[in-house]
Design a protein around this ligand. Sequence first.
Ligand code: UD1
Length: 419
Amino acid sequence: MEKIIVEGGNKLKGEVNISLAKNSVLPIIVASILSPNDVVIKNAPMLEDVIVLNDLLLEMDCSIETINNRDLKINTSNLKETSMNSDLIRKMRASFLIMGPMLSRFGKCKISMPGGCNIGSRPIDLHLKGFKLLGADIEIGHGFVEAKAKKLKGNRIYLDFPSVGATENILMASVLAEGTTIIENAAEEPEIWDLANFLNSMGAKIHGAGVGKITIEGVDSLKGIEYKPIYDRVEAGTFMVAAAITKSKITINGAIEDHLRPTIEKLKECGVKFESLGEDTILVDGTGEKSPVDIKTLPYPGFPTDMQAQMMALLSICKGSSIITETVFENRFMHVAELVRMGANIKIDGRTAIIEGVDSLTGCDVKATDLRAGAAMILAGLVAHGRTEISDLYHIDRGYVDIEEKFRGLGANIYRVDK
Ligand code: UD1
């Protein structure tokens, strides 16, 4: 079994280069289904979730080529399969995003129903509500969901909650639909803007992506393009917290300040200083004393749920009481038990965690209970006394490229073993 070992205590220094955003690249890969022409995704992060999605497209007779080990060239012209019962779909929830583009291109799509996952039940009702309003008939049974429509027709779709996945799926379904679609209470995450920008570069007509009300005028076809997605704001945020927790000063290349605003503002409140060193480069000075802060996770531009676990690791050693309220997912506190194993003093009351800062953490065996929880374990390990051994690394590998190498480049004592 592979483990990441972190020997705590080292200060960090130097620079780290952030990869492109996993949560942009995944929908962009499936959006390439909307065009029969070549799509090249520049500098795609080759992390486990991207590999799973590529494997799924390969199973469906698409061609995928990696150019220079960094660019992904996708051609979906041979794609024909509209019924998918692949283990790969069950392996990754984001693969449900394939439904919107498949329905749009083939007028039908049957796919195994995504299950819950360890951070919550994660229903798909909002995705299906959108498809229905675009004119699709939906059937659910025997573990499958099937959508059919002769021709999708634009409509006005109000989302009860600004779901990222539902917004993306409906957006992809509607770009080739007849007429105009309006998505209200749409998610505003930067990755939504990125997907729309990608589709617009292919010839789609999307306005308002990233501001809550998206208008899509259907077009007949989309052309192939080369596209470089945005940088990963969660990876950048994770390294910002790393500077804070180790009381270090580091430079982060590939940090888009606007996208990181909720994380930066919370870290500033905590005592961390930031200096912009030019386009997408930020110096993070975490050397000062930290104060406890309260956090409520919310859809963007609120504080991201994907940074909640990492912030909890930091707050667990900030003198005083902090409160974190998780409003986006119903079960995203599994890292609490792991942090408590390391000596943190955290109590959970429903969706609220009350953190009493302790003087220090101690290394021990812990699990990466989900992707960002795994990152939180690494962060805690960086300051813990002694050795932290992290298992269940597949969660971490889903979303971070070369994470040990990047931390080692900053001076951390961290390595992977197979034992
Ligand atoms: C995406 C991100 C994930 C991030 C999350 C919230 C990707 C690949 N993943 O996940 O990293 O943590 O946004 O920022 O981009 N919901 C419903 N019905 C639906 C869909 C969602 O009730 O049909 C609920 C979910 O159960 C959850 C909340 O909405 O409680 C947010 O989910 P959503 O925004 O859809 O997250 P994902 O797109 O799955």
